[in-house]
Design a protein around this ligand. Sequence first.
Ligand SMILES: Nc1ncnc2c1ncn2[C@@H]1O[C@H](COP(=O)(O)OP(=O)(O)O)[C@@H](O)[C@H]1O
Ligand SMILES: [Mg+2]
Length: 629
Amino acid sequence: MTTPPPAQASATQHTPDLPPQADGVPREQEAHSAPLGVGLSAAEIQRRLDDARSRQVELEAQHEELLRTQSALRESMVIAGLGSYVLDIASGIWQGSDLLNEIFGIDPTYPHTIHMWLPLIHPEDRPMMELYFFTDVLGHGQAFDKEYRIIRRNDQTERWVHCRGKLEFDAHGAPVRMLGTVHDITYRKQMENVQLFLLQSGYTRAGEDFFRSLARYLSHNLSMEYVCIDRLIGDGLEAKTMSTYHDGTFDDGITYSLLDSPCGDVVGKSICCFPNDVRQLFPKDGFLHALQAVSYVGTTLWSFDGKPIGLIALIGRKPLTNPALAESMLKLVGLRAAAELERRQAEKDRLQILMNLEHMVQQRTLELKETNRMLLTEIAQRSKTEQEVALQRSELAHLSRVSMLGELSGSLAHELSQPLTAILCNVHAAQHMLAKEGMTDPIEMQEILADIESEDKRAGEIIRRLHLLLKKGNVQKQPLEFNDVVLEVLNILRNDLANHNVTVETQLTPGPTTICGDRIQLQQVLLNLVMNACDAMAGNETHNRLLTIHTRIASDTEVRVEVSDNGHGLPDGSEDQAFARFFTTKPHGLGLGLAVCRTIINAHNGTLGAANNRDGGATFHCTLPANPP
Ligand SMILES: Nc1ncnc2c1ncn2[C@@H]1O[C@H](COP(=O)(O)OP(=O)(O)O)[C@@H](O)[C@H]1O
Ligand SMILES: [Mg+2]
C-alpha cells in the first residue's frame, strides 16, 4: 500500500483559489443570487454552460498538474532516500510513505502510532528520544531534528536515521499535526565510525595490536564471522596473516596459498565481492567449506608506489546485505592498513639495518682488539729490542772503556807506583829512625806518617778512578761542569801524556759550562779523543806533539769542546767514516772508540764530528745542550 505523503494529504484538503469573474462579482455570490435556469435567457444559459465547461477543463488540468507534481515529489524523495510521515497529534496516529516503512522494516499493517514508534528505536536511544519528543518537541513546540538508532522490525538490523519534523498549530497555538522526513544515514554513520576508529588507533598507541583491533572491528561492524589481514609473500602467490579474527579469537602468522581461493581473486583488484554462494564459486577452497561460508568481500592493500603488498578478506555465514557499505569501508580501512604494513616493513628494515650495523661494529671492534693486541705485542717486542740494544750499547761502551784502560795500564801502573814508592821510602825512613835508639824525633815521625797517609790517599784516588771506569753501571745523568770533566780526564792521562811527550794546552771558558750528563760516559768520550790524538801524533818529533783542548759556550744554548792535535790527520775523505764501527787504521785498534763516542753524545742530544786542520792534524768537536743552573 502506498500511503499518501503528507504533501498530498494536505493538498487534497486544499481548495485552490478561483479567479474572479470579468465583471468583478465573485462566482459563488453570483450562483446564489441567480438560481440555475430561473429567468435566464437561452443565450445566457448557453454562455454560463460554456463558462462552466471551460472552468471544468481548467480545473482538470490543474488537478493533473498537481498529481504530476506530487508524483515527482514522491520520486525525488525516494531518490533522496527520504521517507515521509504525517502525524496527527490528537490521535497519535501517523501515516508513513512506503520508503519510511522500508527504512523501519515494517509493513502497512504495523500499528502506526506514537506508542508503537517507540519500540522501533534502539533500546539505548529510546529514553533520550522519548524525552526529546514529548518535552522538547510537543511540550515546547520545537522542530523535530534528531539522529538516532533504530532496530529494523523485519531483520533486527541496526540502522541510523535522521528524523526531521515540523509542527502545525491551531489558532490557539496548540500543535495539531506534524509533517516530516526520515533519512537512513546508516552508511554515513558507519563511515564516520570507521574514520573515528582509524583516528583512534594511532601507530604508537599502546595496547592492542592495530591489525587485531581492525580485524575485530570489521567483523563486528560488517557482521561477518571471519576476517583476515594478510601480507603478500613469495611473488604474491602466498599470504601470511598479520591477524585473523574468527568468532571472537585471534590467530596470527599463518602462511597459506592464494591458489583457488577467493583471496587469489582479490589480489590486484581494489575490491572483490561475492555477496552470496561463494562456496559454489570456489568449490576447491576447503577453508570456505569448513567455515560454511556464504559471502565474501576482500580488498588489496597497495604500497605507496602502487604495488599489491597485502589483502583484507571478510567471510560471512550469511549473504552480504549491504555490499556497498562493506566495499566503502574496506576501501577506507585498506588505505590505513596498507600504510601500517609499509610502516612495519620499514621498521623491520630499519631494525635489520641497525642489526647489520651492530654486527659490523662488533666485527670492527674485534678487529681493532686484535690489531691492538698485535700492536701491544709489537711495542713490547720493540721495547725489548730497545732494551737489548741499550744493553749492547752499554756493553760496548764498557768494552771500549776496558780496552782503553788496557792501553793505559802501563802508565796507570806507573802512576800508582809513584805513591807506593813514596810510601815505601817513608816506611824505610821510619824504620831507620826507630833502629837508631834515642834518635826518635816525634815531630819528624809525625811528618813521615802524614806523608804516608797522603801518598796512600793518592794511590786510593787512582784506584777509585780506575774502578769507576771499569765499572759496568747504569747511565746516571746529572748536572755537571764540562770543564771539570776535561780536567778529570787530563788528570787520569797525566802520566800517559807525559810519557808520550805530549804538550797539553787547555783553553777552558771561564763561564759555567753546565750540562746534564753521565760523568763516566763523558769522561770516556774525552779519553778516547785524547788517546786517539796521542796515537795520531806518535809519529811526530817528540818536541812537536801539541794537544789543544778548548771549551766555550756557543749561542748560550750549547757547550762546545774541541780537541785538536797536530798529528797525521784523518785519511782523506774519511772524516765521517772514522765514526763507523770497526773502522780503524791501527794495527791493534778495535775501531769502536769513535762509534761509541758518537752514540754517547747523541744520547745526550748532542753532536760529535771531526775535520782535518788546514795546517795538519785533526780537530774533533763535540756540542752538548747547555743546562743553565
Ligand atoms: N785524532 C785523530 N787523527 C787522525 N786519525 C784519527 C784520529 N782519531 C781517530 N782517528 C782515526 O779513526 C780511527 C778510529 O778510531 P777509534 O774509533 O777510536 O778506533 P781505534 O782507536 O781503535 O782505531 C782510527 O783508527 C784512526 O784512523
Ligand atoms: Mg780509539
